[in-house]
Write a protein that binds this ligand. Structure first.
Ligand code: GDG
Length: 477
């Protein structure tokens, strides 16, 4: 299996991430996120394995692998102990690295138990996945949960090509050095052959750190010389599964969701936000900006509605409970000030919707309000663009601090910290002539379509295979 023209045998792919997204049964396609769709299709082509935590608890870690095979994709999962989940997942990953990587040292907790739990679980991952790795396999590790995993696998003698893709930002050196043992953590990452970031901005911060704090040489092609090897560091901007999302947006389910929402707003202009309930997404600032718009434009009060879909996330972490309370207060305050007997300006919804319905909601909106304070990429911005009617498209208002802003330069780019700036952008978007909306949307759509998740995955896998660079493990410049 896997043989290609030219007698080329495709290497098997081993994807490793905190959680595994098991392919849905036929017919339920589209219920998964774009990332899961892309990784599953890569895994199918490569007859690969997806390894990670099952999401389940066990009282005592046994390392038992639950292997499941559907089509050509095998998933292998392990259960973790409650202490693992506390220290590794809710602890080091989501109370230390996530806030730090989103520039929030005020929320970053440094706790020795978290660090130990993180190491222990990464070692458990390494021990469990190691027997599955065969000599020619490509190993692709995902995200901030598993930064040291590659070095642990190397210590076990794994010589395979291994890559890491970080979905979050990479913080400036001055912030990163506040992390105890930062040198050890980043040095461990240099055991990968390829380190991928969402944008050149995060890449540059990483290279700056490596030069300044580790004293290593960065070559002209951005590779890093380390212990006689070259580590390739590159930006691979992630995209959405454009084909899949367009299909979802054209479905009957999307049309029904669109019609239901449209008729409920009764001819008012609709702004939409869709975000996991996370402090990095700038929801409080967004609500305040919308409140400012209503205050500054009293004639518009009653003529615009903000629909914010915000499914709760990481509810075991205190900062997430706080942001939730904060948003409830702000919504209540703004609605109290601007509502009328038959109308509320903010519809704040703490639940998730199936992807097709989400596509219908995006299409019903005149404005997509995507204003994270910091975001690795942000796929909602891309989904909003993909879901629009090209003849009468909505306007994307996008934070300059989302990775997506480097690609989606035809959006209205804003500073999400400035309520005045965002409020002005809302005014401008509402007044934007059709021709300008169409012109901007056409450019945005071309970018979203051309740099989709398949493009991203192929680019990363090629780099991992050592194509497009002379990245053999011993090739020194
Ligand atoms: C991380 C990085 C990077 C949201 N609500 C519902 C729903 N969603 C889906 C969206 C979108 C996804 O969740 C969120 O992706 P984002 O990219 O916006 O943000 P994070 O979750 O923070 O993702 C980010 C990403 O990884 C990929 O590398 O872009 O920077 O932080 O697809 O549509 N999906 C459904 N119902 C909802 O209510 N079905």
């Amino acid at each position: 299996a896997g043989s290609c023209p030219g007698d080329y045998r495709m290497s098997r792919l081993i994807v490793i991430s905190n959680r595994v997204s098991v392919p849905k049964a036929a017919g339920a396609a589209g219920a998964q996120g774009g990332l899961a769709v892309a990784l599953n299709s890569a895994l199918r082509e490569h007859r690969g394995i997806w390894f990670g935590w099952s999401g389940q608890e066990t009282q005592e870690f046994t390392g038992h692998l639950d292997m499941q095979r559907n089509d050509d994709v095998t998933t292998a999962t392990i259960d973790l102990e409650p202490q693992d989940i506390d220290e590794y997942y809710n602890g080091y990953a989501n109370r230390t690295l996530w806030p730090l990587f989103h520039f929030r040292i005020d929320l970053t907790e440094y706790n020795r138990d978290f660090g130990e739990g993180y190491e222990r679980v990464n070692r458990r991952f390494a021990d469990s996945v190691h027997p599955l790795i065969e000599p020619d396999d490509l190993v692709w590790v995902h995200d901030y949960h598993l930064l040291p995993l590659g070095s642990m696998l190397r210590a076990k003698g794994v010589n395979n090509r291994m890559g890491l893709f970080l979905h979050t930002p990479w913080p400036p050196t001055r912030l990163l050095v506040s992390l105890p043992f930062h040198e050890k953590l980043v040095t461990s990452m240099l055991e990968y052959d390829v380190i991928g970031f969402q944008t050149t901005e995060w890449l540059e911060s990483f290279l700056h750190y490596v030069q300044k704090e580790l004293g290593l040489k960065v070559n002209l092609d951005n590779s890093i010389s380390y212990q006689g090897r070259r580590v390739v560091a590159r930006a691979f901007p992630i995209g959405i599964d454009h084909a899949e999302f367009t299909e979802a947006a054209a479905s009957e389910e999307a049309q029904e969701a669109h019609d239901r929402l449209k008729s409920s707003v009764r001819g008012r202009k609709l702004l939409i936000g869709v975000d996991r309930l996370d402090y990095s997404k700038g929801l409080g600032e967004r609500f305040q900006s919308f409140g400012r718009f209503l205050t500054d434009h009293p004639a518009e009060a009653g003529a615009v509605v903000l629909l914010q879909i915000a499914p709760p996330s990481r509810g075991d972490v205190a900062s997430y409970q706080q942001i939730r309370e904060d948003l409830e207060r702000k919504t209540g305050h703004i609605n109290g000030a601007h509502a009328d007997v038959a109308f509320v300006p903010i519809r704040y919804v703490n639940r998730g919707y199936p992807r097709a319905q989400l596509a219908g909601f995006y299409r019903a909106a005149n404005i997509g309000l995507v204003t994270p304070l910091r975001d690795g990429m942000n796929l909602v911005a891309k989904e909003f663009v993909a879901a629009q009617d090209p003849e009468d498209p909505g306007v994307l208002i996008l934070s300059q601090f989302a990775g997506a802003a480097l690609q989606l330069t035809d959006a209205l780019l804003v500073n999400p910290h400035s309520v005045e700036h965002v409020s002005e952008a809302i005014r401008r978007a509402l007044d934007m002539p059709l021709a300008e909306r169409q012109r901007r949307h056409a450019k945005l759509l071309a970018s979203v379509r051309d740099f989709d998740v398949i493009h991203w995955r192929n680019a990363f896998v090629s780099a991992l295979e050592g194509k497009g660079n002379n990245g053999g493990r011993n090739a020194e410049e």
